[in-house]
Write a protein that binds this ligand. Structure first.
Ligand SMILES: [Zn+2]
Length: 244
């Protein structure tokens, strides 16, 4: 059987059969893949800590005909996520990121931009970036990569440039200006537009704009999450863990 190998981010694992683990990972070349790591629950097994969520690894696996699950034969740890697990909020953020990545990504379709986003977020979190900022950074780029990020700068109805407060359009694929908006549920105020611009132009490790308050970042989350829930047609389970 030919062995495939790829750089990957481990998204999650769960117990499988008596001694194995189901491993969900996002690989650079093939995107979302699920596999079985045989013997991974045995004491002193060959995988060591390489299957911990958010480890960056080189993973070796082979496929069996007509089976969705690959067999993970080996896994080398490239970057440990150990430090990330000291902080409860960081764990919540990464669980949310893993759930969205697993639910939105087609099975085994490479998406290198998303792979690079995941790795850059892991590195920024390890370097001490604030998680309240990283979560918004993730949501923005995740929507963009999935092709569902609305144009926040132009009113969808009258096509005027947005200069003041706007509202998310009910189908969540654009915004409406103060003149055109009827349903005023999800507000996009000028500080939120400023925050979006910041995320668009800066890397995840950059210090967020000092003019913006923690409350602005939290409100921006409500805008992004309304779009995510609309497209997912359900509320992500891990969203309840996020209090930022
Ligand atoms: Zn308008």
């Amino acid at each position: 059987m030919p062995i495939d190998q790829s750089e990957a981010v481990i998204l999650r694992t769960q117990s499988f059969a008596e001694q194995d683990k189901l491993v969900v990972f996002f690989s650079r070349e093939k995107g979302l893949v699920r596999g079985i790591a045989k013997g991974a629950r045995k004491f002193n097994n060959r995988f060591g800590s390489s299957l911990e969520p958010f480890s960056v690894v080189r993973i070796f696996y082979y496929e069996k005909e007509r089976q969705d699950l690959v067999t993970v034969s080996n896994c080398d740890l490239l970057e440990s996520a150990f430090e990330l697990f000291r902080d409860r909020r960081t764990i919540c953020f990464f669980s949310y990121l893993a759930e969205l990545t697993e639910k939105f990504s087609p099975y085994r379709a490479g998406e290198e931009k998303l792979y690079r986003l995941l790795v850059s977020l892991i590195r920024a979190a390890r370097a001490g970036q604030r998680v309240e900022y990283l979560v918004r950074y993730f949501e923005y780029w995740f929507l963009k990569i999935n092709g569902i990020l609305p144009d926040f700068q132009t009113c969808q109805k009258c096509h005027r440039q947005i200069s003041n407060t706007a509202w998310l359009e009910p189908q969540k694929d654009g915004v409406l200006c103060e003149r055109c908006a009827r349903e005023r549920k999800v507000e996009l105020s000028p500080p939120l537009a400023r925050a979006i611009n910041w995320v668009r132009k800066n890397p995840p490790e950059a210090n967020p704009d000092p003019e913006l308050k923690p409350g602005d970042w939290k409100k921006l989350g409500q805008v992004f999450q309304a779009i995510i829930i609309f497209h997912l047609e359900e509320r992500p389970r891990t969203l309840d863990l996020l209090d930022f």
